[in-house]
Write a new protein. Structure first.
Ligand code: TXA
Ligand code: MG
Length: 338
């Protein structure tokens, strides 16, 4: 792996992406301190990080991803005590939830402090914060000593990257460095919970399930239209206005393999919990033993299908409980207008 060559000007690094080992976290932190962009692993998916206090660094994130500027970023912090540096009016429920679930795959949306750069929050008066549990992410955050804004490390609209190879597929030459660690453990993005007004609402399902959240705070609800029509969602979750998680292949949902029927495509792939009794010839199949494996492998499978020029991917629906809600959310959005 290349090591970091010292330079005073981050701009000179752009156009060439350093590959860093996880034990080179100090170099990763140094690049972040100098306003660079660094992709690092988290327990959910890889994140494309930059200093959340540096306007130019934040602009570099949006440019690297081709992300619409109205879609705000999550700020990643090392310690839960730091929440008061960035959020106003932190309610008691936030502390209770942080005690149980943080560090981990839970993002809290709270009223923001005015010190936060507008481009991070896309001009909203709230900010999303999360405390990753991945040890490499924690080491980088601690060494950098900065709040790090980090969206998922994929080109906008594409499936999130769960391996460093997938990161490079989308972002090689577009970011300053990539920390090449193991594949991510969860494979789907964090649960986003809005605590900024009235009833606490889950805006995006993730690895921390509604059931787990309600066991701590029974008043938590799923945003009502999240399940039925995610595209027509209200402005309080700007990310849902945009295309997401889509492979180049057409994604179709089915209840079982024998319902996966021919279309005018020439090549088919399939992922699900059941994987026999096909009525058509399927060239790539991923059988998942449980929904955790389904979540962990879904985005990588989408990317493998694209690499193999698959035209249609059949995805088995799962029951909308627990982690199944997050899987169904991603599947529906991957299948939208594809
Ligand atoms: O697991 C994750 O959350 C990963 C890892 C890298 O931490 N990050 C991630 O970021 O998925 P991104 O940018 O791909 O998705 C963040 C989501 C978007 O849908 C965005 O609209 C929403 O969080 N979001 C961010 N700030 C928000 C805010 N102030 N209010 C409502 N939604 C917000
Ligand atoms: Mg994303």
């Amino acid at each position: 792996m290349k090591s970091l060559e010292k330079t005073d000007d981050m701009v000179t690094l752009r156009g060439m992406t350093l590959r860093l080992d996880p034990d080179q976290y100090l170099q990763a932190a140094e690049i972040l301190q100098r306003g660079g962009t660094v992709v690092f692993p988290t327990e959910t998916v890889y994140g494309l990080g930059a200093d959340a206090t540096n306007v130019a660094a934040i602009q570099a994130i949006f440019a690297a991803k081709g992300r619409p500027s109205d879609n705000p970023l999550i700020i990643h912090l090392r310690f839960s005590e730091q929440i008061i540096d960035f959020c106003e009016d932190v309610p008691r429920i936030a502390y209770r939830l942080m005690e149980v679930f943080c560090p981990g795959p839970l993002t809290l949306v709270l009223p923001k402090k005015s010190s936060i750069v507008d481009s991070v929050t896309a001009g909203m008066n709230t900010v999303a914060v999360r405390f990753p549990s991945h040890s490499t992410a924690q080491k980088i955050l601690e060494a950098a000593g900065l709040p790090i804004a980090a969206p998922s490390a994929n080109l906008s609209g594409r499936p999130s990257a769960t391996t460093w190879q997938a990161v490079l597929e989308d972002l090689d030459g577009r970011v300053d460095a990539v920390v090449c660690d193991r594949p991510t453990e969860i494979g789907l993005e964090s649960t986003v919970l809005d605590l900024s007004s009235g009833t606490p609402m889950v805006l995006r399902s993730g690895a921390i399930t509604l059931e787990q959240l309600q066991s701590v705070e029974p008043s938590i609800r799923l945003r009502s239209n999240m399940i039925d029509s995610p595209v027509d969602s209200p402005a309080n979750s700007p990310g849902l206005r945009h295309r997401h998680y889509q492979p180049r292949a057409k994604v179709v949902l089915c209840d079982s393999p024998d319902q996966f029927l021919p279309t005018d495509s020439k090549s088919f792939a399939y992922i699900g919990l059941d994987s026999d009794d096909f009525r058509i010839q399927v060239s790539m199949t991923k059988h998942c033993d449980d929904i955790e494996e389904y979540a962990r492998t879904l985005f990588d499978f989408f990317r493998q299908c694209d690499a193999a020029n698959i035209e249609t991917i059949g995805c088995q629906r799962v029951e909308e409980v627990g982690l199944g809600r997050a899987i169904m959310d991603r599947l529906r959005r991957a299948a939208e207008s594809s």
